[in-house]
Design a protein around this ligand. Structure first.
Ligand SMILES: [Zn+2]
Length: 300
C-alpha cells in the first residue's frame, strides 16, 4: 500500500551539475532547482495530481568530462568538494561523488567520505569518458570502498566502455554492493532489453545486486520492461532524468516528462488500479528511498 503521506513524492536518481563538452554546456544547479524547488501538478488520466520532487541524487560532470588531453577537467577532490558545497546549500540535492579509475585514487574518495560522511549518498563512475572498460581491475578499489561504506555505485551504461556486461563482471565481484546501470544501457530498445536481461539474470542468480534507472527510455519501453518484470525486478528500477542534459535544459520539460511516464504506466496497468499506483510509487519514490535513504533517519 502507498502511504498517504508519500503519495506524489518523487526521488530523481540521476542529475548533474558541471561541464559536458559533448554538448558544449556547463551547468550550475540553477536549472535543477527551478524544476524541482516547488511542488507541481500533473494531469494523470482525467485527474490532477500534485507531485513533489523530494530528493535529487546529483553528481558533478566536471569530474567525468575530459579535456582534449583526455584528462578529467577537475580531479576527484575538486569536483566532489564543489558538488558537496552546492548540495549543502540545497536540502533536496544529495551528492554522489565521482570516481576516476585510471586517473585518481579511491583513497581520495575515502578521505571525502571521512570528511563529509552522511552528506555522501553514492559513487558515480563514467567508463566512457575515462575510456576505461568497466571490467578493468582499476574499478575494484572504488567498489571495495562502496562495500566498506555501504554506498551504492551508479555506473553510466552504454554499448561501449560502459557495456552492461563489463559492469556486471565488476559488480559480481562485490555482490553486496548495489550497482545501478544508468539509462538501462542507453541507446535503442535493443540495448535496454539486453541490459534488463542482464539485470534479471544477476538478481535471479544472486550474482550481483544490479539496479537500473529509466532516464532516456521511451514511455513505451518503460511499460514493456515493467510488463516483463517480476516483483524483484520492479524493486530494482528507479526513475531518473539526467537533468539538466538534453531537453531537461528547459525546466518546464520536467513535469511533462513525469506526466508522460506516469500516464503510460497508468494506462498500461489500468485493469488493476492499485497495481498502477503501486508500480508508480515504487518506480518514482520507494525503490530509491529504500536504496539511498533507508536507515538514515532522514525525513523526505
Ligand atoms: Zn550521469
Amino acid at each position: 500500500m502507498v502511504k498517504e503521506e508519500d503519495y506524489g513524492k518523487i526521488i530523481d536518481t540521476h542529475a548533474h551539475i558541471g561541464s559536458w563538452s559533448a554538448d558544449n554546456v556547463n551547468f550550475s544547479e540553477k536549472t535543477i532547482l527551478e524544476a524541482v524547488e516547488e511542488p507541481f501538478e500533473i494531469d494523470l488520466g482525467d485527474e490532477t495530481e500534485e507531485n513533489e520532487v523530494v530528493a535529487v541524487m546529483i553528481s558533478n560532470m566536471s569530474g567525468m568530462d575530459c579535456g582534449v588531453d583526455g584528462i578529467p577537467k577537475q580531479d576527484e577532490t575538486e569536483c566532489n568538494e564543489k558538488m558537496l558545497k552546492v548540495a549543502s546549500q540545497n536540502a533536496k540535492l544529495k551528492s554522489l561523488i565521482v570516481g576516476q579509475p585510471g586517473f585518481g585514487d579511491a583513497t581520495n574518495l575515502e578521505r571525502l567520505i571521512s570528511r563529509h560522511g552522511d552528506d555522501i549518498y553514492g559513487i558515480k563512475l563514467h567508463p566512457n569518458t575515462l575510456r576505461l572498460n568497466a571490467n578493468d581491475p582499476l574499478y575494484e578499489p572504488y567498489l571495495e570502498l562502496a562495500q566498506a561504506t555501504g554506498l551504492p555505485v551508479l555506473f553510466h551504461s552504454q554499448d561501449n566502455y560502459s557495456d552492461p556486461m563489463y559492469i556486471f563482471e565488476t559488480a559480481r565481484k562485490f555482490p553486496d554492493v548495489p550497482v545501478i546501470l544508468a539509462h538501462m544501457g542507453m541507446g535503442d530498445d535493443q540495448n535496454h532489453w539486453y541490459t534488463l536481461g542482464l539485470l534479471q539474470t544477476a538478481l535471479m542468480s544472486g550474482a550481483a545486486n544490479l539496479y537500473a534507472d529509466i532516464s532516456w527510455l521511451s514511455p513505451g519501453m518503460i511499460v514493456a520492461a515493467l510488463n516483463r518484470a517480476d516483483e524483484t525486478t520492479v524493486s530494482h528500477l528507479m526513475f531518473g532524468t539526467d537533468i539538466p542534459l538534453g531537453p531537461f535544459g528547459n525546466p518546464d520539460f520536467y513535469p511533462s516528462r513525469i506526466a508522460e511516464v506516469k500516464n503510460a504506466v497508468a494506462e498500461a496497468f489500468d485493469d488493476e488500479e492499485d497495481e498502477a499506483a503501486e508500480l508508480l510509487h515504487a518506480l518514482f519514490y520507494q525503490n530509491a528511498y529504500d536504496l539511498f535513504f533507508e536507515g538514515r533517519e532522514e525525513i523526505l
